[in-house]
Each structure stands twice: as structure tokens, then as C-alpha cells.
Design a protein around this ligand. Structure first.
Ligand code: B12
Length: 476
């Protein structure tokens, strides 16, 4: 059979981070199908034109569309256009948004099938000619009724997965996952060393099928790095795990194997590491293995809010993590969410104060987005508090309040993000980091426009009357 996979994406006027990496989800499904001799093409709308989809339809039996929430409406339009242009094959949707909202995704899109959770074995079943109605993990409509087949437990060890078939994408069009730390021409090799996450932060999407975290062996990961280096010349890598150091022993093992294999690479960890699972040995091994940048998900500096969002991170551990990364020459960015359901003016003010108290190299303060599939989305939905006109507004860097906040206005949150980013930008630390790594200064100047629209640091509006935490509350 012949398959065409499309990664749904569109540029909108809502500020969005312009990082594009080859979609590994499609890469893995393609590898599974190619290994069994099926034909697979890929069109990634992050870096390709919509017309490329229609130029690649000849002889295709099935189109699979991969969807993040922001790009759901775009995918719905694409299904309609495929039908209008007479595509007679089957259309299946998948990806985080669809796994979170399978029935509405199917009904709103008029696709033939939806895939809940991971699609490798689902697509192989389709390729082997098994009717969709009998495939585990598939949802479909029967006489207008939504039917979802039992979910597929994960049996195949990740080490037995073929490496993602990223060759189906236009690899020369992708850049680096990290816009600041490396020269602009850098292209990243993208690797996922594990699947799933043992933590349960309420703002994070998770595919509840794989509650258990699954790890690859360090040998298998080193083999993939070596192959990506030899085949595509990658020297800079991004490990995009949900939580690279959820298992600190595993994280050390991976670094030890990279060092032992003499791979001579550099890498970054763009998706927040767990700050309380970093010790001196791990930071040292990460540096020796080639790590130049690691980000930590702090999210809130207010103990009550951090507890309510199930982040459960002690401030001391976070401060220690920043110190260890500095000691071992690893640039650290701390992520904070502003405008969580639990936030109030005092907690927002605390997050702003974290700039001084934590003093990480960089900070990223973003808008709270209740993504479908996250506990927060479920909670707000249940309480009828969601205020969603279009999923297109689901940008971390947008400023739309996507639910009725009990205490804060859109302006409170927008202004607190602006002030926090201003405080973070105009610090001695920022200057010292740039002097130590001039490439960062060069990249900031080169991406100045985008950084301004993302951080709003040069917007000088009225400061929201954020109440200062009273001294007795300082302890919080
Ligand atoms: C890499 C990544 C990015 C990259 C690029 C996207 C890409 N290339 O995939 C970048 C940095 C650009 C990115 C950005 C964003 N991201 Co992001 N990102 C990820 C990350 C860390 C890894 C994705 C990945 O490769 N996973 C590994 C593969 C194996 O899994 P997968 O992609 O889910 O695919 C499997 C299944 O979903 C399924 N499947 C997927 N597609 C399809 C299609 C078909 C037809 C079928 C049958 C099955 C199927 O089978 C696949 C194989 O098992 C995930 C977290 C995660 N763990 O997945 C977040 C994640 C996907 N991102 C998320 C979000 C919200 C965003 C943003 C929209 C944030 C924002 N609001 O601004 C932005 C969008 C901006 C943009 N530029 O697009 C959310 C999505 C939640 C949701 N409900 O949509 C996630 C899940 C993070 C989270 N935990 O909340 N992201």
C-alpha cells in the first residue's frame, strides 16, 4: 500500500515560536511501514506548501494527518479539500489533539478514522489489509454512532523500533530547535530517548495510554546518533523527551555512553528537565557528553500554585540545579507559566521575583494554554470555564485568556508576562552570558523582531496593580 502523511501546520498572526523540527511521530510510522515494504511519502506543512499535499497524492491509498491542537482547524480544511479534489482513499487523523479529543476530531473533520495514541502498529494493521473497524486504537463512525476499539497496550520494546524514517522530509529546510545557542545555519538531529513521563503536571498533555515511562537503551540511542551523524552530517542534537532525566540513572548512562563512543557532538535539552533530579555528577556528565543548553520546567514560584498544578518542585532544588548547570558551563533557561487557573496577583508577582531569586541564564514566561489532553483542560471543561473560539489561539506566546479566570484579567496576565520578560532581559546575567557566548548576542540581534513579539519586552503599558506579597507571606 502507499501512504501519504501530512504534519498539520499553518502560520497565523498569533505570535508563535518559529522552530521547526522533523515530526518524529510520522517518522516512526513511516519506518514501520517501509520496513514492511510499503510506500510512504511525507509532507510537513511546517516547511512545505499545502499544494505539496496534492502534488503527492498519485497512487496513494491512505492519507494520515498528524495534529497538534493549534492546527486542528487547518487539518479539517485539508480533509475537506482532499474530498473536493476527489481523493478516493481513506483519511485517518492522529496526534496529541486527536488522542485527547478523538470523537469530536472525527465528527468535525469527516475523516474516515481516528487513531488514539501511538500509530506505528495501527498503520501496519491498515497496510496488512485489516479493516479499520477491527484495528485496536482506532475510532470510527457507524450509522452516526462513534465507535472506539480497545486501546492497544504497548508490547514492542522501543529498542526494537526502527529509527524514524526522516528521509521522507525535506531535511535541508529544518533548522535548530534552539535559536539562540548555535550558529543560524545549524540543523539539529532530533532524538527521543524515551516515551511518556512519570510526572503528572496538570498543564501538560499526556497520552494516558502509556502511563508507564518507556526507555531505550543507551547503546540504541548512541547507534541512532551515529547513524544520523553519518547519514545527514548532524553534529548538533536535541533530545526532545518529555523529561530526559525522569530516571536520573538512565540520563547518566546515556551521557556515559555518548562520552565512551567519542561521538564529538553537542546537544541541548529543550523540553524542561526535572530540576530536582539533577546532581553534580549528572551535570558534569552532560557537559562532558556535549550538552551546551538544558531547560528546566519551573512553571511557578508560588508554592501553593506549584502544588495545585502537581509540579511539586522544591525551590531549593531548582536553585541548586541552576547553580550546577552554571558550574558545568551549561546554559539554562527556566520556564514559567503565567495565568494558571490557580494563579492570582500575588503568585504572578512571585513568579516575577523568581528572576532575581533563581537568576537562571534565561527565562521564558508564557501564557497558560489549557491544551486538550491535559488535566487542566479536563478540569476547566468540566466546570464550563473554557472560552475557546478557535484552537488557532492556543499559542504559548499568544495572550488570549482561553478560560474564565476567577481572579485575573487578560491584561493582568499579558502585563505580568511583559514585566517578567523585561526583568529577565535587562539583567547583568544576560549581559555576562552574551559576552561569554557572543553567538547568543548575534542570534538575539538576528531574531530581534521575533523575540520582541514573543516576549513583549518593549511594550510599555500600564503596570497591572499586582499586589506585593506582604512580608508575612514572603515565607510562601
Ligand atoms: C517536538 C515537539 C515540538 C516541536 C515540533 C513539532 C514536531 N516536529 O513534532 C516544536 C518545538 C515546533 C513544537 C511546538 C509546539 N508544541 Co510541541 N511538542 C513536541 C514534543 C516534545 C515531541 C513530539 C514528538 O516527536 N513526539 C514523539 C512521537 C513519537 O510522538 P507523536 O508525535 O505524538 O506521534 C505519535 C502519536 O501521537 C501518533 N500519531 C501522531 N501523528 C499521527 C498521525 C496519524 C495519521 C496516526 C495514525 C497516528 C499519529 O503516532 C505517533 C507515533 O507513535 C511533544 C511532546 C511529546 N511527548 O510528544 C510536544 C507537544 C506535541 N507539543 C505541544 C504543543 C501544545 C506545542 C505548541 C502548540 C505549543 C504552543 N501552544 O505554542 C507549539 C506549536 C508551535 C509550532 N511551531 O508548531 C503539545 C501538544 C498538545 C496538544 N493537545 O496538541 C505536546 C504534546 C507537549 C505537551 N505535553 O503538552 N513542539
Amino acid at each position: 500500500m502507499n501512504f501519504l502523511f501530512v504534519f498539520s501546520y499553518e502560520e497565523t498572526n498569533i505570535s508563535q515560536i518559529k522552530v521547526h523540527t522533523p515530526p518524529l511521530g510520522i517518522g516512526y510510522m513511516a519506518a514501520f511501514l517501509k520496513r514492511r515494504g510499503h510506500g510512504v511519502r511525507g509532507v510537513d506543512l511546517q516547511v512545505q506548501k499545502r499544494s505539496d499535499v496534492f502534488d503527492n497524492l498519485d497512487g496513494v491509498d491512505m492519507v494520515g494527518i498528524s495534529i497538534l491542537t493549534n492546527y486542528f482547524e487547518q487539518a479539517v480544511d485539508l480533509v475537506a479539500e482532499l474530498r473536493e479534489k476527489g481523493f478516493k482513499g481513506k483519511i485517518i487523523l492522529g496526534g496529541p489533539h486527536v488522542t485527547a479529543l478523538p470523537e469530536p476530531s472525527l465528527r468535525d473533520s469527516h475523516a474516515d478514522f481516528v487513531c488514539v495514541s501511538e500509530g506505528e502498529e495501527v498503520m501496519v494493521d491498515f497496510a496488512e489489509g485489516i479493516p479499520g473497524k477491527e484495528i485496536q486504537g482506532v475510532g470510527y463512525l457507524q450509522d452516526g454512532h462513534y465507535r472506539s476499539n480497545p486501546l492497544r497496550p504497548f508490547s514492542t520494546p522501543l529498542d526494537d523500533y526502527p529509527f524514524p524514517a526522516i528521509e521522507i522530509f525535506k531535511l535541508e529546510r529544518y533548522g535548530s530547535y534552539n535559536m539562540t545557542l548555535v550558529p543560524p545555519s545549524t540543523r539539529d538531529g532530533i532524538i527521543m530517548t524515551s516515551r511518556g513521563c512519570p510526572f503528572r503536571c496538570d498543564f501538560c498533555y499526556r497520552d494516558d495510554v502509556n502511563k508507564r515511562m518507556r526507555l531505550r537503551s543507551a547503546e540504541n540511542i548512541v547507534d541512532e546518533i551515529r547513524q544520523l551523524k553519518e547519514r545527514y552530517g548532524y553534529r548538533k542534537f536535541s533530545f526532545i523527551d518529555d523529561c530526559f532525566n525522569a530516571n536520573i540513572k538512565q540520563a547518566k548512562r546515556i551521557c556515559q555512553h555518548i562520552i565512551a563512543a567519542n561521538l564529538d557532538i553537542i546537544f541541548t535539552l529543550p523540553n524542561g528537565m526535572r530540576a530536582d533530579l539533577i546532581d553534580d555528577e549528572l551535570a558534569k556528565l552532560m557537559h562532558q557528553a556535549g550538552c551546551i543548553g538544558a531547560n528546566i520546567g519551573v512553571e511557578s514560584w508560588d508554592t501553593t500554585v506549584a502544588e495545585k498544578m502537581d509540579k511539586r518542585l522544591k525551590k531549593e532544588a531548582t536553585i541548586q540545579a541552576v547553580k550546577l548547570f552554571r558550574k558545568h558551563n551549561i546554559i539554562c533557561t527556566a520556564y514559567f507559566i503565567m495565568g494558571q487557573y490557580w494563579d492570582n496577583k500575588e503568585s504572578l508577582k512571585r513568579n516575577i521575583e523568581a528572576v532575581k531569586e533563581l537568576n537562571a541564564d534565561f527565562f521564558q514566561f508564557t501564557n497558560f494554554v489549557p491544551v486538550p489532553g491535559s488535566p487542566a483542560y479536563g478540569y476547566l471543561h468540566e466546570k464550563g470555564l473554557l472560552d475557546i473560539k478557535t484552537f488557532r489561539e492556543f499559542s504559548l506566546f499568544g495572550s488570549k485568556l482561553l478560560f474564565k479566570h476567577p481572579e485575573l484579567s487578560e491584561e493582568d496576565i499579558h502585563a505580568s508576562i511583559r514585566i517578567a520578560n523585561q526583568k529577565a532581559a535587562f539583567r547583568l546575567r544576560t549581559l555576562l552570558v552574551m559576552l561569554k557566548r557572543p553567538i547568543i548576542l548575534w542570534n538575539v540581534l538576528r531574531n530581534f523582531g521575533q523575540i520582541l513579539s514573543l516576549t513583549k519586552i518593549f511594550e510599555f503599558g500600564k503596570a497591572p496593580d499586582l499586589v506585593l506579597p506582604s512580608p508575612e507571606n514572603k515565607k510562601g
